[in-house]
Design a protein around this ligand. Sequence first.
Ligand SMILES: Cc1cc2nc3c(=O)[nH]c(=O)nc-3n(C[C@H](O)[C@H](O)[C@H](O)COP(=O)(O)OP(=O)(O)OC[C@H]3O[C@@H](n4cnc5c(N)ncnc54)[C@H](O)[C@@H]3O)c2cc1C
Length: 404
Amino acid sequence: MAEIAVLGAGIVGIATALALQERGHACVVIDRAPPGSETSYGNAGFIQSEAVEPYGLPASPLALLGMALGAKNAVHLHWPSLPGRAPALFSYWRASLPASMRRVIPLWRQLVSEAVPRHAPLIEASGADNLIRRDGYWLVHDTPSGLAAAVLEAERRQKEYGVAFTVADRAELSRAEPALRHAPAGAVHWTAPWTCLSPGRLVGAYARLFEARGGRIVQGDARALKRSGAGWQVAGLDAEHVVVALGPWSPELLRPLGYRVPMVRKRGYHRHYGGEHGLRRPMLLADHSVVLSPMLDGLRIATAAELSAAEPNVNPRQLARGEAAARALLDLGAPVEPTPWSGTRPCLPGMLPLVCRAPRHPGLWLHFGHGHQGFTLGPVTAARLARAIDGDAAAVEGLDRGLQ
Ligand SMILES: Cc1cc2nc3c(=O)[nH]c(=O)nc-3n(C[C@H](O)[C@H](O)[C@H](O)COP(=O)(O)OP(=O)(O)OC[C@H]3O[C@@H](n4cnc5c(N)ncnc54)[C@H](O)[C@@H]3O)c2cc1C
């Protein structure tokens, strides 16, 4: 069996190492930081079985204009970054159009349907059951018209894809969540997703499982990667195959090798808040585009997308708006951290992650670009990549778009 080096110890890299190990390969994971300490630490912790269609940009020019002007909290544009990002953003917008989406959805939906079944045995084997909730999340709407539209959309998803949900009106939501200070119009309860009380700790548990099964995790800089005979060398180690699973940092590593990956970087922020907030189940506040997740470190408020290539904002507007909405709803204490966390969703214009062989370099494999759903999909695409490395090219069919 081959010696394989996996670059990156986020959910994608660690899940790759576990999948390869399961198939009998000797694996080493290389990261400059401890497992699960970057994007895979900072997310909202949803394993999203309901996300059966990828998150695109709005197709209508009016909605795009509203987005550009910051009318809603879903997207914030950092204008100075835009010129350099325009080609990738334009491709992303084109891929968001209904005809392109229709081509992508069958494969996407298949991947998402594999997510909970792929996480389940890893959660069990890593003893991480205490980090997982299996009761879905609320999609909360402030207004009756917003709720009615959300219910119609949920019914469509149920009919087309069999996604399970129930609806709670104002009174039912108040009964289910007695800590709410006032009751919004109601919520769609997506019942099937799982949510996590600490995404970083879950990746840490998966990493320990990999080590307990004989794998090695080594601290090192992936940028030292170079060809060595018929294989590769990195961080003083030789490997026959290398998997690039560096999340948002992957394109940077590949550029010197002649690969251009137009990534759309969607920055998100989070912060934990102390106090007895009393929330029983995570909530996505649809009218404020923030997620409220009860986690081990406090109530995590996580924001939607800031399109920015700049340094993180120390006073992010989306988080401030989200915090105000959360304080109106719940008895929130003080922030736990002095400044918010921020990280980047690695989104690719083709709407699908890149899971394939690098076309011009034998033994080099690409595994990144999971965008909004990497925490959900890491173990799914990892299992497929491991099969591809063993010669089953069909396992990753359609997952090589996004490479130029
Ligand atoms: C606010 C927010 C909320 C989100 N919510 C969800 C959610 O609820 N559900 C969901 O499914 N997804 C969610 N996501 C997306 C998800 O977090 C990402 O898609 C996923 O974590 C990407 O994982 P990764 O392993 O590819 O990247 P990372 O977790 O970023 O891992 C990359 C690793 O590469 C390492 N690295 C980088 N450069 C080098 C180098 N030169 N040398 C060595 N190592 C290096 C880093 O240290 C890091 O450990 C969210 C994202 C954000 C920002």
